[in-house]
Design a protein around this ligand. Structure first.
Ligand SMILES: Cc1ncc(COP(=O)(O)O)c(C=O)c1O
Length: 406
């Protein structure tokens, strides 16, 4: 049953009084979703090409997910990590097969997955007696989350400065300077952390030169590699991890977003070598990997394994790519289209903020990242018809916003 329709203005008034003001929300209330569409309280249908920032991978109100969640809630939702339950090891086994890593730690968000990776990179060196190996190397434009550890390896000073001092011993390297990475890595480096495609930083894939430099730096210094695949992973680009496409061999991987299809799920994956340092009490989470979260992840992993979904994702991605090629010929304000599969950034010659509003007016949900970039993270379940509906709305929005920006 849908919730009571609430006028946006009354929701906004209550929010202004009672909610910590850390978000700039579009003044709209959605209370229903159907597949690729979100529906406002006033009945406006919007084609959702941002999917709750890359989360709603199976579309809204997915029947298989809804049935599994209902079934799980009638059976058992949560027991904590004080006890065994039947689903955590099953999800971990499946993720092991997909990532090539051996062990999983379950949490509830991307930032927590990154925190676990940062902690266990240091834990590993501590267990080896190399207690001076505490340095992390991160990249310009990196975004890894907003808790203190992941914020410390996030690049943008706008997020960092108000919360200083952050954790020490983090060195940032220019994403396009492989030589700078080689110079920064040394025998005190615990880990290099990288988003194989930077998401918040403007949908920027790491170059093959930088990928090779990362592998080389890890090999020569012994530093561990953490791949933050919270946004680029879980199949969004076609491969389960974009690291696999780049030839990176991470020791630790952070996952989140699409993996729970809307239910909060975060996972840190480790090689056996790194995981061997862990001891009871080193880390934990009350909710992490509870039955509800694992059940949702299993529904997602089942769906992702289906050849039908893989084929329709590939078809939608190819259709989008073709559409953007044609659009670039018509719209000079498009500087570049970046990304892979269903993670796409359209870099414009002007600030993308008004494009988001213009697209919403036309019934398309997208967002802006890194000032001039329009980002698309549609559900994996989009079909060719959704792509055909979205492309003209987006082009129209870019053209209209570009006109207004002059
Ligand atoms: C690459 C990356 N890492 C970490 C995070 C943090 O995830 P969460 O917001 O679920 O904590 C994000 C969120 O956008 C992300 O894109």
């Amino acid at each position: 049953m849908s919730t009571t329709a609430t006028a946006p203005s009354s929701v906004q008034t209550l929010e202004a009084q009672h909610i910590l003001q850390v978000y700039r929300r579009t003044p709209v209330v959605f209370d229903r979703g159907e597949g690729s569409y979100l529906i406002t309280t006033e009945g406006k249908r919007c084609l959702d090409f941002i999917s709750g920032v890359g989360v709603v991978s199976l579309g809204h109100a997915n029947p298989a997910l809804a049935a599994a969640i209902a079934d799980q809630s009638r059976t058992l939702l949560h027991t904590s990590n004080l006890f065994f339950h039947p689903l955590q090891a099953e999800v971990a086994t499946r993720l092991g097969e997909l990532t090539g890593l051996d062990r999983a730690f379950f949490c509830n968000s991307g930032t927590e997955a990154v925190e676990a990776c940062l902690k266990f990179a240091r834990r590993y060196w501590h267990s080896k007696g190399e207690t001076s190996r505490t340095k992390y190397i991160a990249f310009s434009h990196a975004f890894h989350g907003r808790t203190m550890g992941s914020l410390s390896v996030t690049w943008d000073d706008h997020y960092r400065a108000p919360f200083a001092p952050l954790i020490p011993n983090v060195v940032f390297v220019d994403t396009n300077d492989p030589a700078a990475l080689a110079a920064a890595v040394d025998g005190n480096t615990a880990a290099i952390i990288v988003e194989p495609i930077q998401g918040e930083g403007g949908v920027r894939p790491i170059s093959s030169d930088m990928a090779a430099a990362i592998e080389g730096a890890c090999a020569s210094s012994g530093a561990l590699l953490i791949a933050d695949e919270v946004q680029s992973g879980s199949g969004r680009t076609g491969a389960f991890l974009y690291s696999q496409t780049l030839g990176l061999t991470p020791d630790l991987v952070a996952l989140g977003k699409a993996l729970g299809a809307g239910v909060p799920v975060g996972v840190a994956m480790f090689t056996n070598e790194v995981a061997s340092a862990a001891a009871p009490g080193d880390h934990g989470s009350t909710y992490g990997g509870n039955l509800l979260a694992c059940r949702a992840a299993l529904v997602f992993l089942d769906a992702l394994a289906s050849s039908d979904l893989q084929a329709s994702m590939a078809s939608a991605a190819a259709r989008l790519g073709k559409g953007f090629c044609a659009m670039m010929g018509r719209v000079p304000a498009i500087r570049e289209v970046r990304g892979k599969g269903l993670m796409i950034g359209i870099d414009l010659t002007f600030d993308a903020t008004p494009v988001v509003a213009a697209a919403f007016e036309r019934g398309l949900l997208i967002n802006r990242t890194s000032s001039t970039v329009v980002r698309l993270l549609p559900p994996y379940t989009i079909i060719d018809a959704d792509v055909d509906a979205a492309l003209p709305l987006l082009e129209d929005a870019i053209v209209a916003a570009g006109r207004d920006s002059k």
